[in-house]
Write a protein that binds this ligand. Structure first.
Ligand code: PEP
Ligand code: MG
Length: 902
């Protein structure tokens, strides 16, 4: 073995050779099995085939050279260690073949258990198990079922149907009522199903079983559900999965055997304690599939105290070692505990904050690490509403609060229907007996998931928690009839389309729409809770971690707001100024008429009159905003959109005019409006008369706004409120545009400011690619740049921002051209490069040039990290995202080498 590995690429690692830091190569499961092996925990022996082998296989469709020999060598070592041979007729070694990618993808890829069983070794297995025929035949039928489904694509329902038939014949619904003879007969049936679908006999050669299972696991990396899951979770598509080949241990050998899942803290709330589920006389897949209802892990103390105590000891050791919540899968085989898996466990958003705070208190991690362990997406989730405490609704059922939150929606019973209704804008709750990986699309489309079976570790629970969706599992009072699209509960029938409310924290299910309240985290941000006085572990942890983020971050966080109310709220959320006040919103409502008059003005006098009427209104708008921001900078953008957006749509106007003419009404005004709309019609309005171009073409428009801003600032200053206006010119592509606007603005500012103590900065948006590429020139005329990454993305990619996401982005995502819409998260390589060039060249021309971003990306976690790396001064985002940006800016500032927060 050694000689071979020195000459060839090493594709196979014994568990004793790896460690937890080799996740890229060995996948999460393999790396952690190696770590536990090296910690001296009882892990069944085995080896890991690397992700590189998988990638090589997926690239060529062939096992890479040397892999087969390396597997043979490691298998031989495993056989020697165990004193048994794979599939030996008298005393067989059986192995499981399990997937394990770098990032956990629960239930998305394949596992085959009991590899090595065949018509002869099943007899040996029974002998080995003290003559337990039932166990041996049950193991064999499980192999044929999993192998058939996974490796040979035999429809799983056929096997399920056959076992249901066998149970029905016995008058039972419990697998345990099937005896050895029933299972032997079931094996025959399964083999027939297998040959019917594959045209061959079930393979009897153990090594052939092993090789085919390994290939199937490799291929499952590209299974549709795995691809969807990766897209949803933003896991790169090119990582590949490792394959773990592990000696089988059995939890289904009788009442002194069993299997379970354990968490070192509550993954839902973060509370300290022992959490988990245990299922006696069962294999691991029975727990995950929710086939039988589990008992709480604490019951194990009664069932098998020595094993329970040993498990608790390992849990404590693992938590100290990983310095984090660990989840664990274990099996007890006739009283002997085996550790089958551990990993840093998935958790809810609330638990992430609470646990990070606890670990700091326990001295296991410092605050920088705590900051790294939470993220903006989790914080955003905590800002969702929850059901009101005194809503007065009676719960009709109580299941397990598997993933917290409050979800209200129309009941649907299939994944397809969930996708369909959600596509029509409906909120839906997916109701299933239990979910399986085929429900993934439906789960993504739903507000919440409700199941009648399974615990906190069922598929529904694990996947929902990962997605941040509300989930209630195991609500067994629900009698679900999928074909009839209805369930009955507490004597009532609920049919598709009826509204239910589910509480993922308490597990309660209500009929009808339960009113929700804001989260306490929002109340805390609003300043309604005093962090020193509150007795809420979550709010305390959020307060502590946010304070640290604020202390660490280098980026300032501003907000995009155009009303005093929004500005005030954003300030309460921690905004340190307004990065974008869009003035066009101030021209809507009852001011529309004034704008129409401006657009329809026949001469300079009429135009100036309407501008003069707008001036005091605008001034009042700015006074309100300056007051709300009280001394913080306020970037006011001069009017940006094409003016026809303020006029009625052409088609509607044409119809109205025609109808009115028909009736003989006086339509002179409407006709003038129609003529103006026709005149102003543009084929590509986003590339037309908008932004700075309006200011250059319509005399007095920008001047009115500059005057209103400056007068408001002077007025506030006189009243003792400091105002720090920054006037921002949109859509600049050439320095000459900015210089022209600037020259006029400076005159007005000088005249209005007079001797008062008001400073007004003038800067520009960088949102046209040419502006980014000539930033050095533009900086000569700008005191600040604010990156309008919405338009920069639109014009940089040539993607119409109003059309493409719905039209064809799905295909781009499917093809992996990008993993996420570039309108949502900055395209660092392309649009980000424009930002970097402009920042560097702008600062080179004008040291101290203030740099910010005010496109939607300013509140997107990944983009915040990018803007930090570029060296911007601030990000600006909608009020609700301000806390998220603060947190992410803090996270970007702490050193994050070597760890990942997924
Ligand atoms: C932008 O283009 O990024 C921007 C902030 O401006 P708007 O979205 O108003 O075009
Ligand atoms: Mg823009």
């Amino acid at each position: 073995m050694a000689a071979q590995e020195t000459v060839e690429h090493k594709y196979v690692y014994d568990f004793a050779e790896g460690n937890k830091d080799l996740k890229d190569l060995l996948g999460g499961k393999g790396a952690n099995l190696a770590e536990m092996t090296n910690l001296g925990l009882p892990v069944p022996p085995g080896f890991t085939i690397t992700t590189e082998a998988c990638k090589a296989y997926l690239a060529s469709g062939e096992q890479p050279a040397g892999l087969a020999e390396q597997i043979a060598a490691h298998l031989a070592a495993l056989e020697t260690g165990m004193g048994r041979r794979l599939g030996d007729p008298d005393d067989p070694l059986l192995v499981s073949v399990r997937s394990g990618a770098k990032f956990s993808m629960p239930g998305m890829m394949e596992t085959v258990l009991n590899v090595g069983l065949n018509d002869r070794s099943v007899v040996g297995l029974a002998a080995q198990a003290n003559g337990n025929q039932r166990f041996a035949w049950d193991s064999y039928r499980r192999l044929i079922q999993m192998f058939g489904k996974t490796v040979c694509e035999v429809p799983g329902e056929e096997f399920e149907h056959a076992i249901d038939e066998a149970k029905r014949a016995k008058g039972s619904t419990d697998d345990l009522d099937l005896d050895a003879d029933d299972l032997r007969a079931l094996v025959d049936t399964y083999k027939k199903i297998f040959s019917k679908h594959t045209g061959r006999e079930f393979p009897q050669d153990p090594r052939e079983q092993l090789d085919l299972a390994i290939r199937a696991v490799f291929e499952s990396w590209n299974a549709e559900r795995a691809v969807i899951y990766r897209r949803q979770e933003r896991i790169p598509a090119d990582l590949g999965t490792a394959v773990n080949v592990v000696a089988m241990v059995f939890g289904n050998l009788g009442p002194d055997s069993g299997t379970g899942v354990a968490f070192t803290r509550d993954p839902a709330s973060g509370a300290q304690g022992i959490y988990g589920d245990y299922l006696a006389n069962a294999q691991g897949e029975d727990v995950v599939a929710g086939i039988r209802n589990t008992v709480p892990l604490q019951e194990l103390e009664r069932i098998d105290k020595p094993a329970y105590d040993e498990l608790l000891d390992y849990m404590a050791r693992l938590e100290r070692h990983y310095k984090d919540l660990c989840d664990i899968e274990f099996t007890i085989e006739r009283g002997k505990l085996w550790m089958l898996q551990t990993r840093v466990g998935k958790r809810t958003a609330a638990a992430a904050f609470v646990i990070a705070g606890q670990l700091v208190d326990e001295g296991l991690i410092d605050l920088d690490e705590a900051l790294h362990r939470v993220n903006g997406a989790q914080l955003a989730q905590l800002m969702f509403p929850r059901f009101q405490l005194d809503h007065g609704f009676e719960a009709v059922a109580t299941g397990i609060g598997a993933s917290p939150g409050a979800a209200v929606g129309k009941v649907v019973f299939t994944s397809a229907r969930a996708v369909e209704l959600a596509g029509q804008g409906e909120d839906v709750i997916l109701v299933r007996r239990e979910t399986n990986p085929d429900d993934l699309n439906g789960m993504i489309a739903s507000r919440g998931i409700l199941t009648s079976r399974g615990g906190k570790t069922s598929h529904a629970a694990v996947v929902a928690r990962g997605m941040g969706k509300t989930c209630v599992s195991g609500a067994d009072a629900l009698d679900i009839d999928v074909p009839k699209r209805r369930f009955t509960v507490a004597g009532q029938t609920v049919t598709e389309g009826d509204v239910v409310s589910i509480d993922g924290t308490t597990g309660k299910v209500y009929l009808g729409e339960v009113p929700a309240t804001p989260s306490e985290v929002v109340q805390y941000f609003e300043g309604e809770l005093d962090p020193a006085a509150i007795d809420d572990a979550l709010v305390k942890a959020v307060h502590r971690i946010m304070s640290h983020a604020d202390a660490r971050r280098r980026l300032a966080v501003r907000t995009n707001a155009d009303t005093g109310a929004d500005a005030a709220r954003a300030r309460r959320f921690g905004a340190e100024g307004i990065g974008l006040c869009r003035t066009e919103h101030m021209f809507l409502g009852d001011r529309r008429e004034l704008v129409e008059r401006l657009i329809l003005a026949r001469d300079a006098k009429e135009r100036d009159e309407s501008l003069a009427a707008l001036l005091p209104l605008q001034r009042a708008d700015f006074v309100e905003i300056f007051r709300a921001m009280d001394g913080q900078p306020v970037t006011v953008r001069l009017i940006d959109p094409p003016l026809h957006e303020f006029l009625p749509p052409l088609e509607q106007l044409a119809v109205d005019v025609a109808v009115a003419q028909e009736r003989g009404e006086d339509v002179a005004k409407e006709e003038a409006l129609l003529a103006a709309v026709r005149r102003m019609h543009e084929e590509n309005p986003m590339l037309g008369l908008r932004g700075v171009r309006l200011g250059l073409v319509i005399p007095g428009l920008f001047a009115m706004q500059v005057r209103a801003i400056t007068e408001a600032a002077v007025e506030c200053t006189r009243q003792g409120v400091r105002a720090c206006p920054e006037i921002m010119v949109p859509l600049v592509g050439a320095v000459q545009e900015l210089e022209t606007v600037r020259a006029e603005a400076e005159k007005i500012i000088a005249e209005v400011v007079g001797g008062s103590d008001v400073e007004v900065l003038i800067g520009t948006m960088i949102e046209v690619p040419r502006a980014a590429l000539t930033a050095g020139q533009i900086a000569e005329a700008a005191e600040f740049f604010s990156f309008g990454t919405n338009d920069l993305t639109q014009m940089g990619w040539g993607f119409s921002r109003d059309d493409v996401e719905g039209a064809f982005f799905w295909r781009y995502l499917e093809l992996g051209i990008f993993g996420i819409s570039p309108f949502e998260s900055i395209d660092a390589d392309g649009i980000g490069r424009l930002v970097r060039i402009a920042a560097e060249e702008g600062r080179a021309a004008r040291p101290g040039l203030k740099l910010g971003v005010c496109g939607e990306h300013g509140g997107d976690p990944d983009s915040v990290h990018f803007f930090h790396s570029v060296g911007l001064d601030y990000v600006s985002c909608s009020p609700f995202r301000v806390p998220v940006a603060r947190l992410e800016a803090g996270r970007a500032a702490v050193v994050t080498a070597g760890s990942d927060s997924r």
